[in-house]
Design a protein around this ligand. Sequence first.
Ligand code: KIV
Ligand code: ZN
Length: 526
Amino acid sequence: MSTNSPEPVLIFDTTLRDGEQSPGCSMNLTEKLEMARGLRDLGVDIIEAGFPIASVGDFEAVRAIAREITGPIICGLARCNNADIDRAAEALKDAPRRRIHVFLATSAIHREFKLKMTREEIIKRAVDSVQRARQFTDDVEFSPEDAARTELDFLTEVCIAAAEAGAKTLNIPDTVGYAVPSHYAAIIRHLKANIPHSDKLIFSVHCHNDLGLAVANSLAAVQEGARQIECTINGIGERAGNTALEEIVMALRTRYDFYQLPTRINTKMLYPLSRKLSSITGMQVQRNKAIVGQNAFAHEAGIHQDGMLKNRSTYEIMRPEDVGIPSTELVLGKHSGRNALKHRVEELGYKLDDQQFQQLFESFKALADRKKNVYDADIEALIDNQFHSGGEIWTLLNFTCSASFGVPPTAAVTLKHRDGHTVCEPAIGDGPVDAVLKSIQKGTGVELKVTDYRVRSVTGGLDAQAEATLEVEYENKKLNGRGLNTNVIEASALAFLQVINRIAQRQIRPRLKPTDHVPTEVVPTI
Ligand code: KIV
Ligand code: ZN
């Protein structure tokens, strides 16, 4: 980049922290590492890898990412107390570039009802915490939680104190998604104008999407000089989610004429990483989701199609290939060889080692025997099925089920446990899928309440692969499962088994959320 080019806006990804803590998005260590590798390849500047004190699983994931991932800064979240900060420092200590992100609520509502602290106490706690974090790293970020609802004079005071204590990044969260663009922009403008040496600080934005304004608010703040954007893949996050990384990055890129601000993101990795996250969490993006939704580049209206054929720019402001959606769908079939498959897999953004590719090739051949045309979505489905599950405890061996009129549906599913023993418990259900799920529950001994169940076909035609997704409730948590197969019932059984395996692996541990109110007696104080 020439010396005259503007400095890139920093992309701070919090998929593995703010995103992961939202219902149905929990990931295990293997999945988090896989996502972290994807984020590194995408080119994000900072990966917020987790909240180390929240659970042992979070700590281990942050530590593993800190040890493996080089390139981006690895960040860990901590509340403003010694125990949190020390735990974050411990998890991050092997990262060549590490950041501790400390946060403390500042709004009157949080001060009065959650923290029961005065303004003076808040300032003191923030200063002490930033100073403590600085003992472990020079790179400390401070967030006044609920900043958008904090009195502007007090917000400014806290930020000045945090900056003087050594915070180099001041993040201004709109924790509850209350801000609107001109309001949020005015906050950033005010802080930049009133904090001494603000040109030496990075102002960061962290927006939630409760009013559907997270991306718009972030862009408005960038116009006022914010130079770090906190965001998540597919916009996952608390409630309505966080600023969607793919949307903000493509807005800056597509409207470079207006913002004149680059990012370091390799936009061709956006779509593959969005798909990877969906496959890991089982949480699909809506069809009309900007940038990565199935319809984002589909032109249906005749008048649009006509325009597109004459010149793509009539109705297309971005090209699908710019975000990594393969431009031409190359259909494979049973006569396609290894090279064709390998080429396609690479175009779809996957990196497989030789052994994984061999495994894929075998399942591709098996699928091509059952299905005339194998589309991109089928290949993605095969890869997701094979490589994104990780260390199953239960595997499906076979099942029978009956569905006839006038007789209750029955099923008997045979499952194999990792220790070698098998189970098969017959069950009766309301329908064949229900019977299969009941049989699985009886066999594994895990009782679950299914709160959502959907089936869709990943490609067209009657021989298409079915994708079953379901959401279950387990110990007050929502978990998602996803299964793919040409047989709808098998896809459903696989989706259910994915959830059962997560539970069996005890990867879903109770954890604190950063916003949880913690009774004072368990909050280690400084
Ligand atoms: O939304 C929020 O306030 C947060 C903070 C922890 C930065 O996620
Ligand atoms: Zn947040």
